[in-house]
Design a protein around this ligand. Structure first.
Ligand SMILES: Nc1ncnc2c1ncn2[C@@H]1O[C@H](COP(=O)(O)OP(=O)(O)OP(=O)(O)O)[C@@H](O)[C@H]1O
Ligand SMILES: [Mg+2]
Length: 287
């Protein structure tokens, strides 16, 4: 299920003194089944863009085609509900997403809302609560007595429980410890392998290089790049100019270059860095 944005503008509070241009003339297409990361500085428009994927915000201008439906400023609620069944969105601040008395009820809400039977909704909820790494006793707790990281896992389970075709995640790793982060990223990657599209907002360039096939970079509401992480991070000057961080393995590789190492291509992940270093050491050893 591809996603297409055509000349999309979004204006917050139009016609008021608080009017802000959230997005300006955004056009791109995301391929079905890909893992796409959205990057950019704070306030560049990432969350604004993401809230257009499930019609939470409607474009002030332009159109979006998603799940074979077109979203414009006039799209009726009935159509938006159909889109929301196919596009799940995990918010930047999970506490904005939770509202039921218990974790189990909260996670069942999505499946029930989209037509699953009570029995199936419960089965899905229990399955995903466990998959996101929450202990069984969490199910009967109030979502509001949990830690930030646990709340985030509940919010993720609540969306994944109805298995949307397109999964949108706004900084899903915030508040999780490193082991927890790896665990949920592996869940997202496996979800993509099942044929779903995954869209991720992240400030962490290591995660983006490791998991994403493609990257959209925003700056002050404009899209300034749509390319693979490899292409983006191979242009170090461009990366610096637009205040993006570099993946840690690339930084290390560039330091090694300064002391005489040679890399056939710039490594973006720890695995590719290790491979490149071994190659170089073997070559040196052979001399
Ligand atoms: N509800 C709102 N009302 C008015 N302006 C808003 C609102 N939400 C966001 N904005 C403005 O829109 C712009 C983009 O904000 P957005 O939240 O999309 O940025 P972001 O890239 O997600 O930032 P961050 O990395 O901090 O999450 C900013 O200038 C912000 O001040
Ligand atoms: Mg944001």
């Amino acid at each position: 299920m591809s996603i297409k944005f055509k000349n999309v503008d979004y204006v917050y509070a139009p016609g008021t003194p608080f009017q802000t241009q959230g997005l300006s003339n955004i056009s791109f297409e995301i391929k079905d089944g890909s893992f796409v990361a959205i990057a950019g500085q704070t306030g560049s428009g990432k969350s604004t863009l993401m809230q257009h994927f499930d019609g939470l915000l409607l474009p002030s201008k332009g159109s979006i085609t998603i799940a074979n439906q077109t979203i414009t400023v006039d799209t009726p609620n009935k159509v938006l509900k159909e889109i929301r069944k196919k596009v799940g969105l995990v918010f930047q601040f999970p506490e904005n997403q939770l509202f039921e008395e218990t974790v189990l009820k909260d996670v069942m809400f999505g499946p029930l809302n989209f037509g699953f039977s009570e029995e199936k909704a419960k089965e899905q909820a229990i399955r995903w609560i466990e998959k996101v790494g929450l202990p069984e006793e969490t199910m009967s707790k109030s979502p509001f007595e949990l830690s930030g990281g646990q709340m985030r896992r509940v919010a993720i389970a609540g969306v994944m429980a109805y298995e949307p075709d397109i999964l949108c995640l706004d900084e899903p790793a915030a508040g999780l410890d490193p082991e927890g982060q790896k665990q949920i990223f592996d869940i997202f990657k496996n979800y993509q392998k099942l044929g779903h599209t995954v869209i991720l907002i992240s400030h962490n360039m290591d995660d983006i290089s490791k998991y994403a096939d493609d990257m959209l970079v925003l700056e002050q509401g404009h899209m300034i790049k749509h390319a693979s992480p490899k292409e983006v991070f191979s242009d170090t000057d461009w990366v610096k100019k637009h205040y993006l961080d570099e993946p840690a393995p690339s930084k290390l590789a560039r330091s090694l270059q300064k002391v005489g190492f040679h890399f056939s291509s710039m490594p973006l992940t720890v695995e590719s860095l290790v491979e490149e270093i071994s190659k170089e050491l073997r070559a040196k050893g052979g001399n």
